[in-house]
Design a protein around this ligand. Sequence first.
Ligand SMILES: Cc1cc2nc3c(=O)[nH]c(=O)nc-3n(C[C@H](O)[C@H](O)[C@H](O)COP(=O)(O)OP(=O)(O)OC[C@H]3O[C@@H](n4cnc5c(N)ncnc54)[C@H](O)[C@@H]3O)c2cc1C
Length: 378
Amino acid sequence: MDFAFTAEQEDLRRTVRKFAESELAPLVHAAEDNETFPRHMFKRFGELGLIGVRYPEADGGSGFDKVSDCIVREEMSRVCQAFSSSWSAHSHLGIWPIWKAGTEAQKAGFFRPALAGERIAGFALSEPDGGSDIRALRTRAEKVPGGWRLNGSKLYITNAPIADFLTLAARTEPELTPAAISLFLVELPNPGIVVTRLKKEGIRASDTGLVHISDAFVPDACLLGGRTGTYPIILDSLSENRVGVAANALGMAQGALDAALGFAKVRKVRGKTIGQYQAIAHKLADMAAEIEAARWLVAYGAWRVDQGTLDAATAAKVKLIASECAVRVSEAAVRIHGGAGIMSDYPVGRIHRDALVYVIGEGTSEIQRNLIARGLGL
Ligand SMILES: Cc1cc2nc3c(=O)[nH]c(=O)nc-3n(C[C@H](O)[C@H](O)[C@H](O)COP(=O)(O)OP(=O)(O)OC[C@H]3O[C@@H](n4cnc5c(N)ncnc54)[C@H](O)[C@@H]3O)c2cc1C
């Protein structure tokens, strides 16, 4: 057993922290106000090799492991979760299935340009009637000469308003069985698809859309892997990404603690800094302890990905603990700031709003508990 990160991983953390603080932090306020992701940053992520962190060099990636991917996520989310959400929907959800199951032509046309940040990806699974119950998704793909005709809708899709393509789940048979669910690489714009931008209370600087699909034609070449029935790829992708978003949650929690600790050391009330009051010091101590527990659970989940032994229940435990930790810690950080915690000049209110997204997105905490209970044989 070895609890140390490698020298290479520590080096990566320093590099990404410097990048996040020098290049991402200055963009946060304007992006939150404009409610859109600074699109040019995808190219920058690509140049720095940050999109391909966890993909092998042989496939065009940077050749790091999942532990390293989680370090990148933690450091980016520490500065701005909205940016990290757009990055994650692109670098994992949108393209991991292509890496795993795509044809050579799909890897050349979608995966590699996405790694370079030249084409922006999103992942369209959730629907107005089926967010938690993904097996019940209704978007239908019917076979027509030369391709497929798609009808349905997708809700809350990250990057949809700015995406060049969506990795989209649709039912290729009328039966409501998982085996009838397949993935398509849907290029945008498409005359049969209308994307409506949604206004949000959390991760405002990440674009989110409602995708309305009406008789959209998608060529045969865009059926992922050239085969139907790719539902298991979706499940594997979601499991791995639950560890990833747990790292995002960890970053938010760390950002909230850093801000609250800094504030507690300078804010004076009745002649003492508030950190000298035990009520505040204990709050900070609880936050630090909870973050430490989440950090090692995330590292364990990432290590399980690297060993090829991650199971759905373990992924759910990692996501549940880290995302709930981020909500509690960021709420405590707001309280420690007093009135300042509600002001936009301080980051903690934004972090708390963003953290709430992560007890919902990628499967709610209730769904994580269902997966854990299933693992217990219940
Ligand atoms: C900002 C944002 C970005 C998102 N990005 C994407 C994206 O890029 N791609 C994508 O496909 N989706 C995306 N989502 C969708 C997200 O995954 C869903 O919102 C989430 O899975 C919950 O689905 P729902 O909103 O339909 O809630 P519902 O499924 O309607 O759930 C409502 C409530 O009922 C509870 N509940 C439902 N079923 C059960 C059950 N079986 N047992 C116990 N409780 C249950 C839930 O926990 C929740 O509390 C995004 C969501 C948000 C908010």
